[in-house]
Design a binder for this molecule. Structure first.
Ligand SMILES: [Fe+2]
Length: 206
């Protein structure tokens, strides 16, 4: 299993996940531009199965049409709620705990409301956790943008993210932290938003 972290624009990250044995791939969050992702697909002769949107915000989804045009057979994937707000028709709606396969790779979908009401995170093979704008290195996503909710974010972090194993590598949707990725274990120790014990404490984080 390989994950390529692709910087798009100033601080957005796209992720190309692929299985080199079967040459199947998925692109998570096209961002503004998929030129680099398309180059990697061609260079490694990969078949793109899925274009997965972690949430509907345009900085993650602007190039949906660009990649769909390049690979018309790839299915656009999103949650039911955020899928309704996407800039492109959704081919496959995913729910919490649903599993997608890319060759030998298993993707487990977690519906993680807070930044948007239908945002998702993706566990890749018990190795990595792609967090979109739910969790950044050192912080969590904003809850004051369209679709955001502070209480939902607190519950998502407590109930969905904290119970996950420490060895997962967190790959966020933006390069906002002191490093581009980190283990979830380190984040549980150092990320103020994961350390907040109560909603009251969480709401006071600047
Ligand atoms: Fe966002």
């Amino acid at each position: 299993m390989s994950i390529e972290q692709i910087r798009v624009g100033s601080d957005n990250f796209s992720y190309l996940i692929y299985d080199i044995n079967t040459r199947k791939a998925a692109l998570v969050d096209p961002g503004y531009d998929t030129t680099k992702a398309v180059d990697v697909l061609a260079e490694k002769k990969l078949e793109l199965l899925y274009i997965i949107n972690t949430h509907f915000h345009s900085d993650h989804t602007a190039a949906n049409q660009q990649i769909k045009k390049a690979v018309p057979t790839a299915q656009v994937v999103a949650s039911a709620i955020d899928g309704k707000k996407l800039n492109i028709p959704v081919d496959r709606i995913v729910s919490d705990s649903e599993i997608l396969h890319i060759g030998e790779i298993m993707l487990t979908i977690l519906v993680t409301p807070g930044h948007t009401s239908g945002g998702i995170c993706i566990i890749v093979d018990n190795v990595a956790l792609l967090t979109g704008d739910t969790l950044f290195i050192g912080d969590c996503g904003r809850t004051d943008l369209p679709g955001g909710n502070l209480k939902d974010m607190f519950n998502t972090l407590k109930e969905k993210i904290l119970p996950l194993p420490d060895h997962l590598i967190v790959y966020p949707g933006h390069d906002y932290g002191e490093k581009p990725f980190d283990t979830l274990g380190n984040q549980k120790q150092s990320n103020k938003t994961l350390r907040a014990k109560t909603m009251e404490e969480f709401s006071r984080i600047p």
